[in-house]
Design a protein around this ligand. Structure first.
Ligand code: SAM
Ligand code: SF4
Ligand code: SF4
Length: 354
């Protein structure tokens, strides 16, 4: 936590569209133990230099400046966040700050069974496991690693150690796993989890992206209502990215329709890479380097001013802008070419978190 004088309080910071600074996605590493085709299609990558990657203490200090300005939700992500040894220590450090009311983790689940207990004991509030298929062979094909069994063990461990609000995130790719929606809902029920179907996005390294591979929100709803019967939308929850729905048997599920129905108007999220680059949008091509000033000894006030100024100038609506390109027929193909991604690894989804 930053050193906050007893009497100090900071007014809420809003951007040019009146969106508050509320939620921070903290990428703790850019490394990953999978190679999902839609995120890391290459085998080798240019990694962030190790000496640039923040210690947990640096992450907690910087997060403190964000919470001074209104951030109360933190999501730990990556790359694969559980590759950072002793992640529960970071959870404890972040929770010293009482203004952080929710810490969540997004993981591919491979290393979860071993760490779930210590993360729960440290006070982590929520776990989301990414799971795109229930078929081991399809999993291997998608991720190029034979780790399906360990992911399932990870999912099983979540409830066993005491978490009650597991979410399973599924990127639905048309013609690849769009035949598994019902199976995934039934699987989730078994673990008292909620599935969130994510539309395939044209971000970062998703160079094989094409509009015809997107299985849209309306396609998802059509397929599920044919199987289950009428589906009822649940009330929207502010800036939460998932739209939630109820099946006739009372089971809830979510859809994150970023590609066909962007929700930028309410977006209160920003992203910090493991080496301290701050991005105001998933699609932003440039960010603010917060590592250099932090390591060069900038004062708390200077750090807060930098963050405040960055957010107040924010005009980002990346997904809406991508959507607008579609209307003029310019959307197909990846967002950023492979050479550019190699030059600047921060542009990758696995560097800035999903
Ligand atoms: N490795 C962790 C995991 O997979 O859960 C955390 C990082 S990963 C970048 C975060 C989320 O981004 C995952 O749920 C992943 O499925 C999602 N993601 C990555 N590339 C995507 C794409 N092109 N479209 C939609 N979601 C994507
Ligand atoms: Fe897959 Fe997550 Fe790794 Fe990307 S960061 S390759 S989505 S496991
Ligand atoms: Fe927020 Fe950018 Fe995603 Fe829109 S595209 S919801 S502005 S992160």
């Amino acid at each position: 936590m930053s050193q906050l004088p007893e009497s100090a309080s900071y007014s809420t910071v809003v951007d040019t569209y009146d969106r508050p600074l509320k939620s921070l996605r903290l990428s703790v590493t850019d490394r990953c133990n999978l190679r999902c085709q839609y995120c890391m299609p290459e085998e080798d990558y240019v990694w962030l230099p190790r000496e640039d990657v923040f210690t947990f203490e640096e992450m907690a200090t910087l997060t403190g400046y964000f919470s001074d300005l209104g951030v109360d939700k933190v999501r730990l992500t990556g790359g694969e966040p559980l590759l950072r040894r002793d992640l529960s220590r970071l959870v404890r450090l972040l929770l010293h700050d009482r203004r952080i009311t929710e810490i969540a983790l997004t993981t591919n689940g491979i290393l979860l069974a071993n760490q779930a207990q210590e993360l729960y004991d440290a006070g982590l509030h929520r776990v989301t496991v990414s799971l795109d298929t229930l078929r081991p062979e399809r999993f291997r094909q998608l991720t190029r690693r034979d780790e399906f069994a360990r992911v399932i063990e990870g999912i099983e461990s979540v409830g066993k150690v005491g978490f009650t609000n597991l979410k399973l995130d599924t990127v639905v790719i048309r013609g690849f796993n769009d035949d598994e929606l019902v199976g995934l809902i039934e699987f989730a029920k078994h673990y008292q989890a909620e599935v969130r179907f994510i539309e395939y996005m044209d971000v970062g390294g998703a160079n094989a992206w094409a509009m015809e591979k997107v299985f849209s929100r309306s396609m998802i709803l059509d397929q599920l209502s044919q199987h289950y019967g009428p589906i009822v939308p649940l009330p929207e929850r502010g800036a939460a990215p998932a739209q939630r729905f109820l099946l006739p048997d009372g089971t809830s599920f979510g859809i994150i329709p970023s590609t066909t129905t962007p929700f930028c108007a309410l977006c209160d999220r920003s992203r910090l890479t493991a080496d301290g680059m701050w991005y105001l949008c998933l699609y932003a091509s440039s960010g603010t380097d917060l590592r250099k000033p932090l390591r060069m000894g900038a004062s708390a006030d200077e750090m807060r001013s930098m963050i405040r100024a960055g957010w107040e100038a924010r005009r980002d609506r990346g997904a809406e802008e991508r959507k607008a390109l579609e209307r003029v027929g310019l959307r197909d193909g990846g967002l950023i070419g492979i050479d550019r991604l190699r030059e600047d690894p921060h542009l990758e989804m696995h560097a800035r978190g999903g």
